[in-house]
Design a protein around this ligand. Structure first.
Ligand code: GLN
Length: 535
């Protein structure tokens, strides 16, 4: 069977759930027994998402092979339950970088290097090359941004050419656009969808399917209008209306015959999807009526997407034990400025996550919160920077090392309990140079971490430059702190308070949220939720 491609484009505005629709499309094909890969195209010039602030693009998702990617890759991995590589996130930056390098090597000698065909060829080669390399039946390609954006044009042009190159039975186009509800009349408006389809057709792409994103189910009249203007039969127009959870979206689309429609367009064998496990998960999620308050302490809390893999890991853990986390977001900079009283905010949470981060802003606020969590026996998970600052807090308050700090925050600290990784000392460039990706961790027996993982070795993903300074380790161990896991090169991966000092306090240098899946939550997040619901 020739490999098939499904392009998902967006219209009217971004942030309407194209990532979820792409992940859902992948799941519906996978549930029919096809092997599926998903690519996210980000038309910005950054080579990867690693150098962007979470406020710019939400969380930076780390792949197993150490890619710093768009958060949509997190949706894909969670929906499909597979691990993708960094090659599944393509940016304009990468494409131009490669083309310019080829030009300098003389690979286009004699030619004028142009957007069409050189940039578009590079894009097509990246997509088809990855399809070949991963040997999957179908690749879903989400084109970031909205149709009409200047920076997205070369990608859409490459996609258009692919349908001509490979044939219409091998390349499908799905267009997702917003059908808003008028505040004044309460009507469902289809004009924005019509316009964005027109924009797509103007550049030569006739979509096979249109999905209308609307707060309410798509009305018959609206469906009819969209079909008419989009030059499509009515059954090729689908409704993606508000659901209680994004995990319902694949089921919502499947109920309307979306999976069958893609199968028909791509001339695939008709197969029944097996969505039982997914349906069970969603039913369980919807039937939960118990909540557990979990504090989320970070400095990008104004944009919840900054920590999306962590909140999803906690939700999945909650579903597994029949409760839903209620997040109590605490902005570290507000704690620092005294705008938020931690005693008030933390006195009735049942658990807490001290979130990852970079740089000085908000650190003293986080440390204040950590002290409260430690002294008040509140189940706590510190992730990456959250772990490092827990080490700083303990050094200052318990070990009496005044002025202890991470050298990231205070290069002249008298007690650098967190210090730059040795290999980081030579690093000059900021992009893609952290300690990144999954590596093996040996779990120490007799620790809480071991109790949770029940394994001798685990693989978790990293994204950091600083580490626990081994020179101070004896002092920590003498005072009762336990090392839960070691990297192959002898770095501290997990560190915890002993059970007699605290019921559940784990610091994790890696990010276990990246291996957490809805149907298979990560043991550390599961452990936190289980401990939090013990009265
Ligand atoms: N800033 C810290 C470091 O670089 C922690 C990074 C993180 O939380 N992801 O080590």
């Amino acid at each position: 069977m020739p490999q098939k491609f499904v392009f998902i484009t967006g219209g009217v505005m971004s942030g309407i759930g194209k990532g979820i629709v792409s992940a859902s499309s992948g799941l519906l094909l996978k549930s029919r027994g096809y092997s599926v890969g998903i690519i996210k195209i980000d038309p910005y010039l950054n080579v990867d998402a690693g150098t962007m602030n979470p406020y710019a693009h939400g969380e930076v998702y780390v792949t197993e092979d150490g890619g710093e990617t768009d958060l949509d890759l997190g949706h894909y991995e969670r929906f499909l339950g597979t691990n993708l590589s960094k090659k599944h996130n393509i940016t304009t930056g990468q494409i131009y970088y490669n083309v310019i390098a080829k030009e300098r090597r003389g690979e286009y000698l004699g030619k004028t290097v142009q957007i069409i065909p050189h940039i578009t060829n590079e894009i097509k080669e990246r997509i088809t090359g990855l399809a070949k390399e991963t040997d999957v039946d179908i690749i879903v390609v989400e084109v970031g941004g909205t149709v009409g954006d200047i920076e997205g044009l070369p990608f859409l042009e490459a996609a258009r050419q692919m349908r001509v190159d490979l044939g219409p039975e091998n390349v499908a186009f799905v267009h997702l656009a917003l059908a808003p509800i008028s505040n004044v009349t309460g009507e469902q408006k289809t004009k924005p969808v019509q316009h964005s389809v027109q924009e797509l057709r103007r550049i030569g792409i006739q979509p096979n399917i249109v999905i209308a994103r609307s707060p309410r189910p798509l009305e018959e009249e609206a469906r009819y209008k969209i079909a008419l203007f989009a030059n499509l039969p009515k059954d090729a127009v689908f409704s993606d209306h508000d659901t209680k959870s994004p995990y319902e979206v694949p089921l919502l689309l499947e109920r309307q015959g979306y999976g069958k429609m893609i199968v028909r367009i791509l001339n695939l064998d008709k197969r029944e999807p097996d969505l039982n496990a997914w349906e069970d998960f969603v039913n369980k999620l919807y039937s939960i009526d118990k909540e557990v308050p979990i504090a989320m302490i970070g400095k990008y809390t104004r944009l919840k997407d900054s920590y999306i893999s962590i909140s999803e890991a906690l939700k999945s853990a909650g579903v597994a034990v029949g409760v839903l986390p209620r997040f109590v977001w605490l902005e570290a900079t507000d704690i620092e400025k005294g705008k938020v009283m931690i005693e008030e905010e933390l006195s009735d949470v049942s658990g807490a996550v001290v979130l990852p981060g970079f740089g000085i802003r908000g650190t003293e606020g986080k440390i204040k919160a950590i002290k409260y969590l430690r002294e008040n026996n509140i189940p706590t998970l510190g992730i990456c920077f959250g772990m490092q600052l827990s080490v700083v807090e303990y050094a200052r308050d318990v070990l009496g090392l005044r002025g202890a700090n991470s050298t990231e925050i205070d290069p002249n600290t008298p007690h650098p309990v967190i210090d730059l990784l040795p290999e980081q000392k030579r690093v000059k460039y900021m992009g893609g140079t952290m300690r990144l990706g999954a590596s093996r961790i040996r779990i120490e027996e007799g620790t809480l971490v071991h109790e949770l993982y029940k394994k001798e070795f685990v693989y978790e993903r990293h994204r950091h430059r600083y580490e626990v300074n081994l020179d101070y380790l004896d002092k920590f161990i003498e005072s009762g702190v336990k090392i839960g896991g070691w990297s192959d090169s002898g770095l501290v991966e997990f560190i915890e308070l002993s059970k007699k000092d605290h019921r559940f306090f784990i610091g994790s240098q890696p990010h276990p949220e990246f291996t957490s899946r809805p149907l298979n939550p990560n043991p550390l997040y599961l452990g936190l939720i289980k401990e939090a619901i013990k009265a």
